[in-house]
Design a protein around this ligand. Structure first.
Ligand code: ZN
Length: 341
């Protein structure tokens, strides 16, 4: 935090490609630079980059949450046709216009929170026409005031019609989908869900090597539920990122550390990272209050994890109670209590 500093009467100098070349006093940067000047009121702050989203989808999968809370595993829900496959059925049934409408709403909510660059994956089509439908929506979102980057995630799950022969689906991804997606120019990256029960390391490698040969950047959903060698694969192939990694092995950590791949951790997909995300918010809050003591913000936060066998409702009540406890502790009078019910 000691490195945080607020500059007044400052300017940011960017080159023609939008790359920042200098930050400093306005008068100094203005002298000798024939730059176009854009006046900014308030505080100029770097935009956030969300490098892992599935922002083009139909309905949220709240029913899956309840099933997990009742003790079913992610794998069991997926095997019974829930999980990703239920989003696939949903996205296949929706028009591009409907998908575009709902995704626009999500993007503007993200922008309101400071996110100015968003990566968006396909992976709820799992057939060429539906994957293209999703990625065309991603392309259409480029008209919004947010930088959008498309990722082809055809190997997100094995679709129902190929459950008997997953290798045949991998062949389809490699030989039919990847070349067509490349021709359409709708995705910069290719991603694979590498996980036991979804795609093996060998299948993931085959898809990613084909993508690399076509010029796609590589990303990987790796070691999310079990350590299966996903991080090692990302490092070996020179991937841009390996994502999730909640179950990464020591060997996977060593491989990633020695490679240029970025480890993308996704808060909220496990209890510890949810708590870390809250700590992060508290740090940001302190930074804002240091910079703007006259308009200091006061936010109370609470979190809880729905354990197996526990209803989501109960977890929400716990989080709510924790938030009120924090609020009361800060005021030091204990007068704030949760509303009844
Ligand atoms: Zn994901």
């Amino acid at each position: 935090m000691s490195a945080l500093e607020v500059l007044t009467d400052a300017a940011v100098l960017m080159d023609d490609d939008g790359i920042i070349s200098r930050v400093g006093p306005y008068s100094e940067l203005r002298a000798g630079n024939a730059a176009t000047v854009v006046e900014v009121q308030g505080t100029l702050f770097p935009g956030f980059v969300d490098c892992h989203t599935h922002a083009v989808f139909g309905a949220p999968r709240l029913a899956d949450h309840e099933r997990r809370a009742r003790g079913e595993t992610y794998q069991a829900i997926a095997a019974a046709g829930g999980g990703i496959l239920s989003s696939v059925r949903d996205v296949r049934a929706r028009s591009s216009d409907a998908l575009l409408d709902s995704a626009r709403g999500r993007l503007s909510a993200m922008l309101a929170l400071g996110t100015t660059t968003v990566e968006i994956k396909s992976g709820y089509g799992l057939a060429l026409d539906h994957e293209l439908k999703q990625l065309d929506v991603v392309r259409a979102l480029a008209a919004e005031p947010v930088s959008v980057i498309g990722t082809f995630l055809g190997a997100h799950e094995v679709p129902e019609e190929h459950r008997a022969n997953p290798d045949a689906y991998v062949d389809l991804v490699i030989h039919e989908m990847l070349p067509a997606i490349k021709r359409q120019g709708v995705a910069r990256f290719c991603d694979v869900f590498c996980e036991p029960g979804v795609f093996t390391v060998a299948q993931s490698r085959a898809v990613l090597e084909a993508a690399k040969a076509l010029g796609f950047g590589l990303k990987l959903h790796a070691d999310e539920l079990e350590p299966s060698g996903g991080a090692e694969l990302a490092a070996a192939l020179g991937a841009t990122s390996a994502d999730h990694l909640a179950a990464i092995s020591e060997a996977g950590i060593a491989a990633l550390a020695a490679s240029p791949a970025v480890a993308v951790l996704l808060p909220g997909t496990d209890p510890e990272s949810a708590r870390l995300a809250l700590d992060r918010v508290r740090i940001e809050l302190r930074a804002q209050n240091l910079a703007h003591p006259a308009s200091a913000l006061d936010i109370s936060l609470g979190s809880a994890t729905a354990e197996r066998g526990e209803r989501l409702n109960d977890a929400l009540k716990q989080a709510d109670a924790e938030m009120y406890r924090e609020k009361a502790a800060r005021r030091g009078d204990g007068t704030d209590t949760p509303p009844a019910g």
